[in-house]
Design a protein around this ligand. Structure first.
Ligand code: PRX
Length: 661
């Protein structure tokens, strides 16, 4: 198996281990015995295990009798004959006992805070849900949400869920062209956006991007709801655009929920794969909610008086599961922050923790590495004494960053949960249970109860014994798994279940696309993607997407994109570009490179801007025309080529490419 060059193989030499403090264990929801009980229950009767939890933890309007229907595997269905509603689970069921409890604490980029109690959030959701109904939205309609990370984003999601509409959030950093692709793939007739917002002090013109995307396509869109949030002047298109505050002004603050089947799609969220355009990952209502809900209890030890801050934007799966559905279905207080960790200065995250009394803090390794570089003085300025546990998600965390997090933010005593999961898995899958096991820097430890993982070889055969390395697979379906790829079920089957043969018991292995090692204690160490997917600052991007964006520029004939290790971003994007016509040099080349980087930002979004663009006369190809990416990866890293190059059609090109460094 080819391992990605992400520079984290050093984790395999890691031997440190940190048990949770006795204090934490004494108060934890799950200690080692309780965790062992859950694992034993799942091992004995895996279907009964999930069925019991779903009955106990979620509010059902119609109870289910079927737990798992695998008659059409790998299209698995869970709790099929039950009916529920995600917004009722996140709001109504708390109104009696927690109506006046703060559900959301929000801080804007430029400062200024707002809060919503559960009662207020319920009313705001009902008003918007009624407003959407007045615009004609009914069950199963898709609604695009293109909003900044504000409470209104959560309100928009829950309002869609309330009436059975399927939300599809597009991260506010995506371009007009990416937005258009998503509108067209979902055939959405409604978009909810904002006049603009501020991030790190920069003004972001969301509405203008919506206008641009609708000028170039997205013909299904009939109405655009615009939240007044920034100070941007916007052009309202008569008959199409409507202000959010005007839409909700006359609406009732009660809205009967639409009871939907457990399998009813709750949302679509687009993510990158190794081929083609981003795929619309479809999640269910019942199973998804169960995963988001339970993992908050298990891995974050969530309790009544916690202030839970997951720093992810609602535009990503982490913002769906751990800003919205998971914590709210548990009746927790959620912190939301619109800005970036370093604005107005590098103490911003820690000041928020202090000012809002954050108790659980969950962020990405890229943020930890960036803040680590800025020194210990920033966090030391603030009172972080309310923090009781820390989390990490989105990419492998290198032991050095883990240790800094542990030492400086965790004061050498807080548990750190390094949670491995994906857009497709809906919720965390491999993660420490903070009061039940020791952690090791760089390891996401063990699969959660009810989740069955293996490490398999090239042929899909599980590696025997604890210590192993290979492809990470999940061997049994789980309630919060993706249901399909919107509009392309064949791609769903092929991309996730097609790599290895069907098992003797009729089941399939879900292929995560990650390489992993398992150590002698059964702990998992994720080594990164083994396909053509990059992870740049925790953002997932397909190399092919960036290549397509590059070749859509009139000067570009061919492009190959690879990742190279980066000490803050995890991976950086390196593009090798062959031009049409003569290859410029000097200032002219610089100018073109800038133009190409901006072009990619325009096509996809700023997150996809290549870090390096190297203009060359050719790419290393085999005689059959296949680009040898592993050679490009070595060149991108500045390494000498040690691989066999005898199958290359044009070996001389390697020398030229190395000089583009
Ligand atoms: O490569 C793994 C990496 O992120 C990928 C999933 O990306 P996405 O769908 O955007 O979801 C990110 C948030 C859940 C995975 O295939 N990844 C995620 N968490 C970890 C990780 N790699 C190592 N350790 C993690 N804790």
């Amino acid at each position: 198996m080819s391992q990605p060059d992400n520079g984290i193989s050093s984790v395999l030499a890691e031997t440190r281990s940190f048990p949770p403090s006795p204090d934490f264990v004494a108060r934890a929801r799950l200690d080692a015995d309780k965790l062992a009980g859950l694992h034993a229950a799942a091992a004995t009767d895996y279907i009964g295990f999930w069925g019991d939890l779903a009955k106990k933890e979620l509010a059902w309007q119609t109870p289910f009798r079927t737990v798992l229907d695998d008659s059409d595997a790998p299209n698995y269905r869970w709790f099929t004959d039950g009916k529920t509603n995600a917004s009722v689970n996140c709001l109504d069921r708390h109104l009696g006992s927690r109506g006046d409890k703060i559900a959301i604490r929000f801080e804007a980029d430029k400062g200024g805070a707002r809060t919503f109690t559960y009662k207020q959030l319920h009313a705001a959701v009902c008003k918007l849900a009624n407003g959407l109904k007045s615009l004609g939205v009914v069950k199963s309609d898709r609604v695009i949400v293109y909003l900044p990370h504000t409470p209104e984003a959560v309100i928009a999601l829950l309002a869609c869920a309330r009436i059975g509409a399927i939300h599809s959030v597009v991260f506010g950093g995506f371009s007009a062209s990416s937005l258009k692709d998503r509108i067209e793939d979902t055939a959405a007739k409604w978009i909810i956006t904002a006049d603009g917002n501020s991030r790190g002090g920069n003004v972001i013109d969301l509405k203008k991007t919506v206008d641009e995307s609708l000028a170039s396509g997205g013909k299904t869109v009939e109405k655009v709801v615009v939240l007044k949030h920034g100070d941007n002047a916007v052009q309202m298109s008569a008959g199409r655009d409507i202000w959010w505050h005007e839409l909700v002004a006359t609406q009732a603050d009660r809205c009967e929920p639409e009871w939907v089947e457990a399998e009813h799609p709750l949302f679509l969220l687009y993510t990158s794969g190794s081929t083609g355009k981003p795929k619309g990952i479809q999640h269910s209502t019942g199973g998804y909610l169960l995963g988001a809900h339970l993992t908050c209890q298990w891995i974050f030890d969530l309790k009544e008086d916690d202030v839970f801050w997951c720093t992810a934007d609602v535009g990503w799966i982490t913002g769906h599961s751990y800003v919205t559905y998971g914590p709210l279905s548990n009746g927790a207080t959620v912190m939301m922050f619109e800005g970036v960790p370093t604005y107005p200065d590098a103490g911003r995250f820690w000041k928020i923790c202090q000012d809002h009394g954050v108790t659980i803090f969950y962020t990405a390794p890229t943020a930890i590495r960036a803040l680590m570089k800025l020194g210990d003085d920033w966090p030391k300025k603030y009172d972080l004494s309310k923090l009781r546990m820390l989390g990490s998600v989105g990419e492998p965390i290198n032991p050095e960053a883990w240790m800094w997090y542990h030492r400086v933010i965790g004061n050498e005593k807080l548990p750190i949960v390094d949670t491995w999961w994906q857009t497709e898995t809906g919720a965390a899958m491999i993660s420490p249970i903070p009061g039940a096991m020791p952690t090791k820097p760089g390891s996401c430890t063990k699969p959660l109860p009810g989740i069955f993982c293996e490490i398999v070889n090239e042929a899909g055969v599980p590696e025997k014994g604890k210590e192993a390395g290979g492809y990470l697979v999940i061997t049994k379906p789980w309630p919060h798994m993706l249901r399909t790829i919107w509009g392309d079920n064949e791609r769903y089957k092929k991309a996730y279940f097609g790599q290895f043969p069907q098992q003797a018991d009729g089941g399939y292995f879900y292929v995560a696309g990650d390489g992993a090692h398992r150590d002698k204690d059964g702990y998992y160490w994720i080594m990164g993607r083994v396909d053509d997917v990059l992870n740049v600052s925790g953002h997932r991007l397909g190399t092919m997407e960036v290549e397509s964006a590059l070749v859509s520029h009139p000067r570009v004939a061919e492009a190959a994109v690879v990742g190279r290790p980066h000490d803050v971003k995890g991976e950086a994007i390196c593009a090798f570009v062959i031009l049409k016509g003569t290859r410029p040099e000097g200032a002219e080349a610089e100018k073109l490179i800038k133009e190409l980087r901006d072009h990619v930002a325009k096509e996809i979004g700023a997150i996809a801007k290549p870090d390096d663009i190297r203009l060359a006369d050719g790419l290393p190809k085999t005689r059959s025309g296949k680009i040898m990416r592993r050679l490009l990866r070595s060149i991108a890293k500045g390494e000498a080529i040690t691989q066999d190059t005898s199958t290359l059609e044009n070996p001389a090109i390697l020398e030229q490419l190395a000089q583009t460094n």
